[in-house]
Design a protein around this ligand. Structure first.
Ligand code: SF4
Ligand SMILES: [Zn+2]
Ligand SMILES: [Zn+2]
Length: 317
């Protein structure tokens, strides 16, 4: 198999693009595809600092690498979920990545914010683990960006992640999820920052190849709570479709964004206000994160010093 660009030996075949590349030309292709997505979807401007949410996995570190190489002003945000060895090892990967590139890494710990790490939160709330974790990550991402003066957060969600989320939402006809899923979630309130997904057109296989060829040391193990998750089944089903018909995942996602999402969005207007406790956005009186912290506190865990301090400040002002 030959590289389509230079005729040298190809290391990666991309059936969906009907092409193959050598290592050097694949890296160029990957960077170009990412930067072109950013340009076409107006995700980032050159003079705007961007906070990159990094988990220690291949996708987010590959994204941070591309943005640094392209000259964007960035900082990494690592959210320590307190999930045993998985969190310890993923944090070490992010710290080593940042140190090796002289880049700034902001670390926020869920245990300090909520009063307990995700495994304990799982034990004291009735929410599924990934739901409590996802809620905490979205909240902390937004607040860390506001606290540190960033107007935009970039995440490493790839094509496989996005297509699997879309399949899950479609199977449930979850209209609010279908309305919200987009590569660019605009800031619709002064207390919200923009969220962008520059890798949403890039497959997991491509980000793994990029990270490997760039020598990025990322955590290969999945989070222990990912085992048995329905999103994994959805990914397997989509992989079978992709095998039979290359390009299916991308087409499923892009046609949904073009044709279906605008309709769901129009049917689901969201009225945001500020949480009376912490000042972050919510649709009710008290945001879901404050309610989660309350549940943890009531269950006898140590109250979150950071979050309690913020709440009392907000109530006094
Ligand atoms: S798989 Fe792990 S890291 Fe991912 S949302 Fe679930 S608990 Fe959080
Ligand atoms: Zn080549
Ligand atoms: Zn709140």
């Amino acid at each position: 198999m030959k590289c389509r660009k230079c005729g040298g030996r190809a290391v990666l075949e991309l059936r969906r693009h009907n092409t193959a590349f050598c290592a050097g030309d694949f890296l160029d292709f990957f960077r170009h595809q990412t930067l072109e997505t950013i340009r076409r979807w107006k995700m980032l401007s050159r003079d705007e600092p961007v906070l990159v949410a990094v988990s220690g996995g291949k996708d987010s570190l590959a994204l941070w690498d591309v943005l640094l190489e392209a000259g964007y002003t960035t900082a990494g945000l690592y959210i320590d979920l307190g999930i045993f060895d998985y969190s310890r090892e993923s944090k070490a990967r992010c710290q080593a990545f940042a140190a090796g590139r002289d880049a700034r890494l902001i670390v926020v710990s869920v245990a300090e914010e909520v009063g307990a790490g995700i495994p304990q939160v799982k034990d004291v709330t009735r929410r599924p683990t990934c739901s409590a974790c996802g809620l905490s990550k979205r909240y902390i991402m937004n607040r860390a960006a506001l606290d540190h003066g960033f107007g935009v957060v970039a995440t490493g969600h790839n094509l496989d992640d996005e297509a699997a989320t879309l399949l899950g939402s479609t199977l449930r006809w979850d209209e609010s999820s279908l309305a919200r899923q987009t590569p660019v979630l605009e800031a619709t309130h002064p207390k919200l920052v923009r969220r962008v997904k520059p890798l949403f057109r890039t497959s997991e296989r491509e980000t793994a190849a990029y990270a490997f060829l760039r020598g990025i040391d990322y955590i290969v193990e999945e989070c222990p709570f990912a085992r048995g998750a329905t999103s994994i089944t959805h990914k397997e089903v989509l992989n079978r479709l992709e095998d039979a018909s290359p390009g299916s995942k991308a087409s499923f996602l892009t046609t949904s964004l073009e044709r279906a999402r605008p309709r769901f969005q129009a049917a689901e207007p969201v009225d945001l206000r500020e949480c009376v406790r912490c000042g972050q956005t919510t649709t009710g009186e008290v945001c879901a994160f404050c309610k989660l912290s309350d549940q943890v506190r009531r269950a006898g865990e140590a109250p979150s010093k950071t979050h309690a301090a913020r709440c009392s400040q907000t109530l006094q002002t």
